[in-house]
Design a protein around this ligand. Sequence first.
Ligand code: CUA
Length: 347
Amino acid sequence: MSDLATHRGRRRRRGIAAAALLVPLALAGCGGEQNALDAHSHPAADIANLFWVMTGVAFGGLGLVTGLLVLAWVRRDKRGFGADPDDPHPGERAGWWMVLGMGVVFPLTVIVALFIVSDGLIINVTQAPAASKTAMTVDVTGHQWYWAFSYPGTKAVTADELHIPVGTPIDLVVRTADVIHSFWVPELNRKIDTIPGHPNRILLYANRAGLYRGQCAEYCGLQHAHMSMLVIAQPKAQFEAWLRGQSKPAPPPSSSLARAGERVFVNGPCSSCHTIRGTSASGYVGPDLTHLASRKTLGALTIRNTPANLAHWIVGSQQIKPGNEMPDLNLNPAQLRAVVAYLEGLK
Ligand code: CUA
């Protein structure tokens, strides 16, 4: 082989090795605001610790088996430990004990211990606490494909973005309007399924103010992947101000363009699917839009909530999120401008 070919081969092998090393780095990029190992509550920390214990035990097992295989290969021509030189089947007795010890007793002990830790301890600590031990309740309803959040005792209803006070245990009651979804914010707690006709509960607690991304974790149809949610944990005073604002009806439109938009919205088909409190729009198929402009995203975190994206969503939501319930309403450009101006004012 020429020097050049050897050089190329070496470079290729180095390239493959570098690519292999980059895989964990690329996977690490999956973290961000949705990282099950970056725990911000007691239950999430217990789940993360369980993951590390399970991983440690699995790698310990792998190391042990690999070590024994290597040892067997290294000693392939030697007689068994303490074998009788006259024994016609040397090592058979030691092998029998090895199979019983390492093949039956050891794995059984490890698996039973892991079962007790995971099913006995972790399931218990991540179980929803009694409602009397939490400071407030939030109702969650999964829809194909968005999340509705309401705050009992107030009129506030939001979609996809759940505000909570930091350091406060919250009783989250999850329901579904259609199929089974699963509410999962990995940094805060385990998953909880939304079962038709059966409300489920889970503790929601954040020990630090910030954003926590979550994702529907049960396949629920075409746009399952675009059914995310954002938990926004805020200092208590900030949260209470937010809740007071969200409890109010929508502010009246402040310009003639926005007033025209309100008329298009309320008198047209939009109002048969969406509610805007303070107007006659009281549909319940799609998200409540009373304070739409205060949200960061549209379509369950599919796109950012900007005027251009909102306009694109109104006329082309089927391109952005195919299969969702919102039809193309065939608004003319003037109507579209007016509706966007109106909705942008719903802070
Ligand atoms: Cu909702 Cu998957």
